[in-house]
Design a protein around this ligand. Structure first.
Ligand code: NAG
Ligand code: NAG
Ligand code: NAG
Ligand code: NAG
Ligand code: NAG
Ligand code: NAG
Ligand code: NAG
Length: 461
């Protein structure tokens, strides 16, 4: 053992004596900058041949590649816009300048994978707004997510009104976010979002994601969407119309698939008559409808289902106000009910008898959810019934205090000055005889005049 060690040490010393230095042979390494393992068409990258421990020796370089574009014999190979022909393995080696023999081995290969331009996938959750809740956007880029920054936009219609949309960057994201998610606070109206990822210098951008919606079921707006007949489910061949009821004709009825991928104005999927849109009920469909104005406002959105089956559930298309009564019923296309009808709330039977109507005299938040009905083996589609809670009546709060304070002070000053003038006038007139001003003023004035301050609103606080 000891002898073997001595032998190795001896060889090492001999080697050092012969070659004059203690370093191992120089080694070539190919590096990719930026060091992404996957690059996309159009990106700018640089392949570099580095000689480990090359010192200040001058080197000449040689490349070997399986790609159809061979780098020049230089240590750097820049590609300003990557294409499919750059795909392949790259190796390099270095040779000391002005020498014949002293060269490195071929480096290990680096594999350049070139992929098509990416489209990130945007998810929005929840997709239906609830009061006060925030909305989380997630922009997901396939593959190793090296170096991406994420950019977030809302799409808003161009005022031209021809269904052109522009991207409006969400606040605080002008330089992108490192996180692949973004939280939107205080969104109250239906909105449509898009995201995009970028990296590199010069900046390379992915395609835009497909837009995604967040819908609002009930919001104060200068218009609202009404459905006639007012229910969420309809039979094929029923006549169903939608109108945007507001004070202008600026509104148009829009429709989207439930996942929000395709959307279009009424003219492409229905028939317009004045400001009313008639749904084409030839086929079954499941969609979300709302009205949108040229200026980008939108109304409440509703879910509407057209069914080609025998039975539907009649439930309100719009949210029901807490405390109000509501009646859900089951409807057959042709016959009448002759046996038990089951009503389900979130998959639980809640009524099981011969009544084909389910009455709730005062709805509460706990009645919200999916409803469906069943009759002799047939089942309706389920529909969501949304319950709107009326917020407690807001009382004048402290935010109005400064305004009242200022109004009070101004009134006080305006009224006190004439009184003071009057007081001084009297005091000088009846010299030495003090009479409070109070007795001179009217009853109404007196009530508010205390200790020389006229400040009714201040005292009310
Ligand atoms: C790329 O380089 C950075 C630092 O420059 C390093 O943190 C990262 O791990 C490298 N990535 C790969 C895939 O080599
Ligand atoms: C976004 O979605 C992707 C893919 O579903 C997931 O891997 C990632 O963790 C999500 N990001 C956040 C912040 O939730
Ligand atoms: C529409 O349906 C979805 C579930 O499919 C539900 O979450 C949403 O609240 C419904 N919207 C309205 C206004 O009922
Ligand atoms: C009527 O429409 C205008 C803008 O189109 C809006 O500013 C106004 O509030 C609306 N009035 C009512 C009562 O909805
Ligand atoms: C449009 O609606 C009016 C009444 O609102 C009706 O008389 C007329 O027939 C409708 N036109 C078409 C083409 O349906
Ligand atoms: C419906 O009611 C009947 C009698 O009250 C009962 O026997 C049956 O189990 C109920 N069915 C369901 C699904 O609850
Ligand atoms: C439900 O209420 C309606 C009135 O809203 C009434 O006409 C009907 O008889 C009630 N049905 C049942 C089963 O109680």
């Amino acid at each position: 053992m000891g002898h073997a060690l001595l032998g190795v040490l001896g060889l090492f010393l001999l080697n050092t004596l012969l070659y004059g230095h203690a370093e191992g042979p120089n080694k070539a390494v190919v590096t990719l900058q930026p060091n992404w393992t996957e690059v996309y068409r159009g990106e700018r990258i640089t392949l570099r041949c580095e000689i480990k421990d090359g010192g200040d020796t001058e080197w000449e370089y040689e490349w070997r590649t399986s790609s159809s574009e061979k780098p020049l014999d230089q240590n750097e190979h820049s590609i300003t816009s990557v294409t499919g022909s750059h795909r392949g393995d790259y190796r390099c080696k270095g040779r000391k300048k002005h020498t014949q023999h002293s060269s490195t081995d071929w480096s290990d290969p680096i594999k350049l994978t070139v992929s098509d331009k990416l489209q990130p996938v945007l998810t929005v959750s929840p997709s239906w707004l609830s009061a006060g809740a925030s909305v989380t956007l997630n922009c997901s880029v396939k593959g190793p997510s090296a170096g991406w920054r994420f950019y977030w936009y809302k799409t808003v219609p161009e005022p031209s009104g021809n269904f052109f949309y522009r991207h409006e960057q969400l606040s605080g994201s002008s330089t992108g976010t490192e996180q692949d998610s973004y939280i939107v606070h205080g969104q109250t109206h239906t909105a449509r979002y898009v995201c995009r990822a970028r990296r590199g210098d010069p900046e390379y951008s992915t395609y835009d994601s497909e837009p995604k919606f967040v819908w609002s079921a009930d919001i104060p707006s200068s218009a609202s969407l009404t459905v006639s007949p007012d229910r969420a489910q309809h039979f094929t061949s029923d006549s169903v119309s939608l109108s945007c009821e507001g004070n202008s004709t600026d509104w148009r009825v829009m429709r989207s698939s439930p996942e929000g991928r395709y959307w279009a104005p009424c003219s492409t999927w229905g028939t317009m008559n004045g400001s009313t849109c008639h749904i084409n009920t030839d086929r079954t469909s499941d969609a979300v409808y709302w009205c949108e104005s040229r200026s980008g406002e939108s109304t409440n959105a509703v879910n509407i289902t057209v069914q080609d089956g025998d039975m539907i559930l009649l439930s309100p298309a719009r949210p029901v106000t807490e405390g109000h009564s509501v009646s859900l019923s089951c409807k057959l296309r042709s016959q009448t009910f002759d046996s038990i009808v089951f009503f389900y709330h979130n998959e639980k039977v809640i009524q099981n008898d011969s009544r084909w109507e389910l009455n709730i005299s005062a709805v509460s938040k706990s009645d919200e959810g999916f409803y469906k009905c069943q009759h002799s083996g047939r089942e309706s589609a389920q529909s969501w019934m949304s319950v709107q809670v009326i917020p407690a009546v807001s009382r004048p709060d402290s935010s109005s205090f400064p305004v009242l304070l200022i109004v009070g002070l101004v009134c006080g000053i305006v009224l006190v000055i004439p009184l003071l003038v009057l007081f001084c006038y009297r005091a000088s007139k009846d010299s030495g005889f003090f009479r409070p001003v109070q007795s001179e003023s009217t009853n109404a004035d007196r009530a508010d005049y205390k200790n020389g301050h006229y400040s009714p609103l201040l005292q009310a606080q």
